[in-house]
Design a protein around this ligand. Structure first.
Ligand code: NAI
Ligand code: 15L
Length: 269
């Protein structure tokens, strides 16, 4: 597959979408933007819900690949998750199939495996093949997205890289994030690798920077050509002084998904 040039970026108005609108074009991509919310200063952006199949079909025309970030990104009532993340991702893949788009990058999440016990210091990193243990309906919907991607590869030959993103923000803001942080620059590098690597079929990868305190195995991401440049360690002393170390007896610290396993943050809308 040649490197795609025109990429449909769904969820372009969101936190990650806003960062990637700036950081993906330098890797050689022209972006078509899609979100249910309008984007200031972007008159050509498509403002529509994923449920609007006509708008999705139109947005997909002439596109080489899709980066699918749109959806509910926290916990929400099951019916809302069903509409945005389950049905919405299905509509996205159907529109891609109809338009002949051959590559999707799907924003999965650490919450697809959120109830996986946090590895103790010095123990082996969590492999990408670890059984899914969703911590929320939100995490469950990410597992569905991964399986949908697998189905569309086997049935229709659409390739997907499903990235189980850790925490992608300009800086890590909690001790947990020291292990899961994906810097925005590394996120753009991982998206580029996922868009341009040949023959990915359906590949699941973990998405984080080269953190000293990494909990999971980045080898499947590296096999796509991803070479992370950042490490959360420079933030460690300040965050540990403010919060203290993670405690094995604290339920919020016991699993990969952190507070999503105990008191998940709710989608506000
Ligand atoms: P966000 O909540 O800031 O952005 C999501 C965007 O999707 C919003 O602009 C929203 O308007 C749009 N959206 C939601 N439902 C929609 C629908 N039905 N139709 C059209 N647009 C819809 O989330 P963020 O942080 O930017 O995350 C982007 C993606 O990455 C999400 O899928 C999230 O689950 C995933 N992710 C993000 C992580 C992070 O650290 N930011 C970690 C793991 C996964
Ligand atoms: C996610 O999947 C969420 O979308 C994001 O808001 C963060 O909470 C992130 O996981 C995390 O686990 O830090």
């Amino acid at each position: 597959m040649t490197t795609p040039r025109t990429v449909l970026l769904t969820g372009a108005a969101g936190g990650l979408g806003t960062l990637m609108r700036e950081l993906l074009p330098p890797h050689g991509y022209r972006l078509r933007l899609f979100d249910q919310r309008p984007i200031e200063g972007e008159p050509d952006a498509v403002t529509a819900e994923l449920a609007d199949t006509e708008a999705l079909r139109a947005a997909m025309r002439g596109v080489d690949a899709v980066v699918h970030l749109a959806g509910i990104s926290l916990e929400a009532p099951f019916e809302k998750i069903l509409r945005a993340n389950v049905e919405g991702t299905y509509h996205l893949y159907e529109a891609a199939r109809e338009a002949g788009v051959r590559r999707v990058v799907f924003a999965s999440s650490n919450h697809a495996v959120g109830f996986t016990p946090r590895p103790a210091d010095g123990s082996a990193a969590i492999p990408v093949g670890t059984p899914r243990r969703p911590d929320t309906y939100y995490g469950l919907s990410k597992g569905f997205g991964e399986d949908l991607a697998s189905l569309y590869w086997d049935l229709h030959g659409i390739e997907t890289v499903s990235i189980r993103i850790g925490s992608c923000y300009p800086e890590p803001t909690t001790v947990r994030m020291l292990s899961l942080w994906l810097s925005p620059g590394d996120c753009a590098r991982l998206l580029h690798a996922s868009l341009s690597a040949p023959g990915v079929g359906h590949t699941v990868v973990y998405g984080s920077s080269a953190n000293t305190r990494l909990w999971w195995d980045l080898s499947s991401a590296r096999s796509l050509g991803y070479a992370p440049r950042d490490d959360s360690e420079p933030y460690a002393a300040r965050l540990l002084a403010a919060e203290g170390a993670l405690e094995p007896g604290n339920p919020e610290h016991a699993h990969l998904g952190g507070a999503f396993c105990t008191d998940p943050p709710q989608w506000p809308h």
